[in-house]
Design a protein around this ligand. Sequence first.
Ligand SMILES: Nc1ncnc2c1ncn2[C@@H]1O[C@H](COP(=O)(O)OP(=O)(O)OP(=O)(O)O)[C@@H](O)[C@H]1O
Length: 727
Amino acid sequence: MIDDSQPSERLFERLQGTVERVTFHNEENGFSVLKVRVRGRKDPVAVVGHVPTVATGEKIDAEGQWMTDKVHGLQFRADRIETHEPTGKDAVIRFLGSGLISGVGPAMAERIVQVFGAKALDVIENEPMRLVTVPGLGKQTAARIAESYRERKAVKDVMIAFQDKGIGTARAVAIWKVLGPEAVKLVEEDPYRLAREVRGIGFAGADEIAEKFGIDRAAPERVRAGIAHAIESAADDGHTAVPRADVIERAERLLGVDADAVAAEIEGAIAQGEVETFDIDGTAYLAVRRLARFERSVANRLKALAEGRPPWGRIDVDAAVTRFEARKGMQLSPSQREALALVAGAKVSVITGGPGVGKTTLLEALLATIAAAKLTVALAAPTGRAARRMADQAGREAKTIHRLLEIDPTTGGFKRSASEPLEADVVVIDEASMVDVPLMSALVEAIPLNAALILIGDVDQLPSVGPGQVLADVIASGLVPVARLTEIFRQAEESRIIINAHRINRGEWPEPPPSGELADFYVIEARGADDALAKILEVVGNRIPRRFGLDPMRDVQVITPMQKGICGARNLNDRLAELLNGAPLDRIERFGQTYATGDKVMQIENDYDRDVFNGDLGILKRIRQQEDEIVVAFDGREVKYGLEDLEALTRAYAITIHKSQGSEYPAVVIPLLRDHAIMLARNLLYTAATRGRQLVVLVAEPRALEMALSGDRIRRRFTRLKSMLTG
Ligand SMILES: Nc1ncnc2c1ncn2[C@@H]1O[C@H](COP(=O)(O)OP(=O)(O)OP(=O)(O)O)[C@@H](O)[C@H]1O
């Protein structure tokens, strides 16, 4: 509602009035839309801004600007809103009866004011027990009213103290939510706790606040926070350990203090247990405690799980294979038999290999082999889409790992853990390369020690979005048997997608399609980004629908290395929306994005209430401005979103390759340009090329394809798990 508005003038103005109605108030950040009665104006005006608590009847004093909003018309956009207690009798009644004070409704408010007049609030604050003289008001209610009132006062005091330091209300509300009435004192003591504890502030935000509180640039807590930030930001790039020398360099740059000061504080942080230090192959590394704990738990628990006999006992694999082959009408290859014997003999094992090498077939054979033992088998995958695919292929239920562990959506924690383990004898995880260290830790903690664990995945795909490279480390450690499948079966061999995916993985150029036939893998040469864009639009909008009969909206997914650039997701979304949804009935802008009816959208976080998950694709059906609501259809199921929830949705005509991990689409179109140079790693292209089921089209500059294929560009992740598993 703000994004498309224009300031009518630049000068700050002041506005005073009485709150007539609180149209909207966000508990989390204080964002409010108020109807305010202002002297000299007939109708109440809309005031938009941040305020921690506000109620009808209160007086406000705001500073800001008048704006004209396309949808809501004229409104006052406040940079600062101060609220003051109401004074007149009517205002006090409305204030008390607004639902703000627990236990008091409009009728009770009226009675209180009848007894105490406009001084009612004084009485509540200073002599609350006198309230019992109000008819129908008991001691308990009086105490509750006094308590609510005190809390409100405390919030205000905190806000005023932060405002005096020049900290904006939205930020102050966020701090108050976490730190409570002691917030000012706690921040004075250590502002850097904000970086750790309050979402959205980060090191830079905390550093800014610290400066306002007069913290010295060389203060130990500042240097310490900078070190933690340097290690944490490496974790954002997937590292769970960082070479000590890198930390010093990053922290030095970030803090503007010298290396000796950083080194001294590293020692302090180690002594206090905030940071761990260790050696791998003669290099000193550092890790923050949080990640070190997860990695240690994965290592310890996997070692414990790997011990002993599998729950299905000893099995005559040859006899089981014969039965399986007869039932399926196929012969397992020698390498598959060998892999089956390996997996059947172990309590924890890994099945890895590229597409079409028979990983699913091997799992099926294993499950058939152990069927007689009547064990409880749980199948799961890291994303909803991967879980659905696993269920389709295996022909039995598969859940997301989050569901399997019974996530509590309000806390984000899991119900299943070491103290309440899963009721399963065998746990099978597909797309295991996508599981990061924290999730793997939660998973292995919840697996009972007598159960078996089978990790299936393609270790050459992109590693998990979150920190670590669990599958690669488990394989490299040699702790558990690894069935490495490499043979591509005849059925799979007919697919050029599979053949070329394997070629890409080896760093070889994809094979051109046989001339004359309709193929499933094409490389279209692009000369620069504009040419690539034009070709993508032609391929998606015209060629694919015409030649393959695929629906460009439903069946074709453009996946690209980056967000930015001419062929980045953002611009492609604009252009593809124009092409495929040129005349939408309705559109709105929120959070810097446009959403229009008919748009293809993607959910980008897990939402357990709405039952939609990260990576789910839908079509925006309706925008209901009046109700502040939009409706999106996911696989035909209609789901409603409030306009403030739109951050969870993004347009999805084009998405990044990272976001496409774990999903498959009938057709994918992949731009590959020199503009994407920093992203052009072989595992990125390999992951992209394996997302298409029926059709893969690369729109590539030859030089960019060459860059992606040359293996030297795969960025290494620093992790500690392998050394923990072998140590
Ligand atoms: N021994 C075999 N003989 C003949 N065909 C086989 C054999 N093993 C697997 N296949 C076939 O090869 C194809 C690929 O196998 P499967 O689906 O098990 O591989 P996958 O590694 O799970 O592949 P993806 O990762 O692409 O899902 C299937 O069509 C399967 O039926």
